[in-house]
Design a protein around this ligand. Sequence first.
Ligand SMILES: *[C@@H]1O[C@H](CO)[C@@H](O)[C@H](O)[C@H]1NC(C)=O
Ligand SMILES: *[C@@H]1O[C@H](CO)[C@@H](O)[C@H](O)[C@H]1NC(C)=O
Length: 205
Amino acid sequence: MAKLSNIALISLISCLFVSTLDAYATNVKGKTFLRRIRGEKEKVVKLTFYVQDLRVGNPNPIVYEVASASVTSSSPTSFGSVHVVDDLLTEKPAYGSRAVGRVQGLTTSADLSVNAVAINLNFYFTTGRFNGSTISVLGRNPVAEAQRELPVVGGTGAFRYARGYAVTSNTYNDAETHYSVLQYTIYTTYNAKLNESDDAEVDEM
Ligand SMILES: *[C@@H]1O[C@H](CO)[C@@H](O)[C@H](O)[C@H]1NC(C)=O
Ligand SMILES: *[C@@H]1O[C@H](CO)[C@@H](O)[C@H](O)[C@H]1NC(C)=O
């Protein structure tokens, strides 16, 4: 009896082993394919920067409402309101710190019961090793929550084939001047082959 269960155990283990090997083989094939299309240089980077958000009501706004619905003015969540944005990205929270790019796109108030916007934003970098590359972020942003996670859905330049996610939170808010600073941390894949000489750089903007 003991022998029988040993045999059963061994065959169970070898079954597991075979299926693990199968999974591995699929994985390796997938990896080879991905390596080929991405140029064998895919890496993950963590980028941290700040969005300088000068909203409607600020003397120098860079966010404008471009559309609204018949219900927008009576809706507690401004449902249907669409804003276009071209915000400055900085290395540190201070407005005057080093500029690293812009974030451009649309935010749409798209939730009838809580403050949540559907966003469609392109982060465009103008300095450092990602100069000229963009990251596209698309998703639901429940703006009242302390931390929001948003999907990275693609990009250009070093971020071709990018996938990852962004975490954003409010660093500073001045209701009177309609000015706020948002922190963004983006974890994304990128293609390091675009600039091989920069491979040893640290993961900061
Ligand atoms: C970024 O790239 C543009 C276009 O290639 C170039 O003109 C500019 O000097 C670059 N900026 C930095 C800070 O490297
Ligand atoms: C690679 O990096 C160097 C130095 O940072 C820069 O001068 C060059 O323009 C970059 N090349 C590309 C293709 O991004």
